[in-house]
Design a protein around this ligand. Structure first.
Ligand code: PLP
Length: 399
C-alpha cells in the first residue's frame, strides 16, 4: 500500500457506467439520439435550469453561448486570469477581445477588478467558479445589470455547486440567478464525466434554440420540415455553425455518472473536510476558501503554500510529494503567462498582479471519490511530512 502511487486523478467508472455504454452500443444509435435528449432532461432537472443542450465539450458549450448571444468582433469580454486556456480561447475564437480581471484570495474573479476593467466595448462577463466554489455572483450580476452585459458562467468545476441555495446552472430560473448561460465540462478529470462532453444551460428558449442550431452545423429542424413535400432528405443550413453535439455512447456514461453525483459530492466534501482538519493548524500552508452561503463542489483541493515559511519552492514541494507516491498538480498557470496570450498581454488592463503573486503558491492535491480513505490519509500525512522536513528554521525559531 505504501508503495502504490496515488495519481492526481482517477475517474469513478463502475458497473452502471459500463452497463450504460454497452446498452447504448446495443441500441445501435451512436450519434446524438434518445440518450442525449434524456441526459439533457435529467441534467436540466438536476440543476433546475429552464433549458439545456448537451455538447461534446465544455469549450464547445462556452463557444456556443458566446456565439449564440452574438458577441463578436469589436466586443470585449472580461474573464478571470486564473483559469484554463479554453475560457479565453472561446472569447478569441468569436473575434472578441479577452480582458483579464484579477482574483480574490479565494481564487475567484474579483468584482472590483471587473469594475476597473470595464470599457464602452465590454459586452459580456465570464466568471469561472474556481475549484467548484461559486463566485460572488450578486456583485457580478449587479455590474452586468448596470452596464447591460451578458453573463456566461464557466461552470467546468461546478456541477453540484450551489449559490445561495440555487444550483449553479439554474439560469434565469429566478431573478436572483440572472446569468444568460452556464457552460459545464464533462472532461475526464471533472466531477462528472462522459470521457469528453459538456452542457450548456440557457435562460431562454431563444438562446437554447440558437445554440442548438449552431451546434449542428447551422442546420435547423425548421429547415428539415419546411419543404416536407421533398420527403425526409431535405434540409437547409441556416447559419455557419459548428459540430458540437454529444454522442449517445458518451451520454450513456454521463447519465450513469449524473445519477451518482450527490454521492460523489458527499465523498468529495468529506475528504475536503478531512484535509482541512489536517492542515488548518499548519502555518506553512493555507487551506482553500469556502463560503457559508454556498455549496462547494470540491472539484479541486488547492492548498496555498506560505513560501516564506518553507525552504522549498512549489515545484520542489510537488517533487517531494511525488517521492512519497502522491501525484499533485497546479491550477492554473495564469493566462498572461502563456505564449498564446502574447498578442493581448501588452494591454495594461490585462495585468493581474494578485494572480501572478498567488500562482507560485498553488498546489492541487488528489481529491476524487475513487480514492480510499486510506489514500486520503496518506496524502495528508505526506503533505505534513514534507512541510515538517522543509520548514524554514528561522521561522520555526521565531514562533
Ligand atoms: C476543463 C475546463 C474547461 C474546458 O472544458 P473541456 O470540456 O475540456 O472543453 C473550461 N474551463 C475550465 C475552468 C476548465 O477547468
Amino acid at each position: 500500500m505504501e508503495n502504490t502511487f496515488i495519481p492526481f486523478h482517477r475517474p469513478s467508472v463502475g458497473q452502471p457506467e459500463i452497463d450504460g455504454v454497452v446498452a447504448a452500443l446495443k441500441a445501435g444509435w451512436l450519434n446524438s439520439g434518445p440518450r442525449a435528449a434524456q441526459f439533457e432532461e435529467e441534467f436540466r432537472s438536476y440543476v433546475r435550469a429552464p433549458f439545456s443542450l448537451a455538447v461534446n465539450s465544455g469549450t464547445a458549450a462556452m463557444h456556443l453561448a458566446l456565439a449564440a448571444l452574438g458577441v463578436g468582433p469589436g466586443d470585449e469580454v472580461i474573464t478571470t486570469s486564473l483559469t484554463f486556456c479554453a475560457t479565453v480561447n472561446c472569447i478569441a475564437h468569436i473575434g472578441a477581445k479577452p480582458v483579464l480581471a484579477d482574483v480574490r484570495p479565494d481564487c475567484n474573479i474579483d468584482p472590483d477588478s471587473i469594475a476597473e476593467k470595464l470599457s464602452e466595448r465590454t459586452r459580456a462577463l465570464v466568471p469561472v467558479h474556481f475549484a467548484g466554489l461559486p463566485c460572488d455572483m450578486d456583485a457580478i450580476w449587479r455590474i452586468a445589470r448596470k452596464n447591460n452585459l451578458f453573463v456566461i458562467e464557466d461552470a467546468a468545476h461546478a456541477v453540484g455547486s450551489r449559490y445561495h441555495g440555487s444550483p449553479i446552472g439554474a439560469v434565469g430560473a429566478a431573478q436572483s440567478h440572472a446569468s444568460d448561460a452556464v457552460a459545464f465540462s464533462f472532461y475526464a478529470t471533472k466531477n462528472l464525466t462522459n470521457g469528453e462532453g459538456g452542457m450548456l444551460t440557457a435562460a431562454s428558449q431563444e438562446l437554447a434554440d440558437k445554440a442548438r442550431v449552431l451546434s449542428l452545423n447551422g442546420v435547423s429542424r425548421d429547415a428539415w420540415n419546411r419543404y416536407s413535400e421533398c420527403g425526409s432528405w431535405y434540409y437547409e443550413t441556416a447559419e455557419c455553425g459548428f459540430k458540437y453535439n454529444l454522442s449517445d455512447i458518451q451520454t450513456a456514461l454521463g447519465i450513469a455518472q449524473l445519477r451518482q453525483q450527490e454521492d460523489f459530492l458527499t465523498t468529495r466534501t468529506a475528504y475536503a473536510n478531512f484535509y482541512n482538519e489536517q492542515f488548518s493548524g499548519i502555518e506553512e500552508v493555507e487551506i482553500p476558501s469556502d463560503s457559508a452561503n454556498c455549496r462547494h463542489a470540491w472539484h479541486l483541493y488547492v492548498l496555498k503554500l506560505n513560501l516564506g515559511r518553507l525552504t522549498v519552492t512549489r515545484a520542489q514541494f510537488i517533487d517531494a510529494l511525488r517521492e512519497k507516491g502522491i501525484g499533485a498538480s497546479v491550477h492554473f498557470i495564469p493566462i498572461p503567462k502563456h505564449p498564446f496570450f502574447a498578442p493581448y498581454a501588452d494591454d495594461q488592463r490585462n495585468h493581474c498582479p494578485r494572480t501572478v503573486e498567488m500562482y507560485p503558491r498553488l498546489v492541487s492535491l488528489p481529491l476524487y471519490p475513487a480514492m480510499s480513505t486510506a489514500e486520503v490519509e496518506r496524502v495528508a500525512d505526506g503533505v505534513k511530512s514534507v512541510v515538517e522536513r522543509h520548514r524554514s528554521t528561522a521561522m520555526a525559531m521565531a514562533v
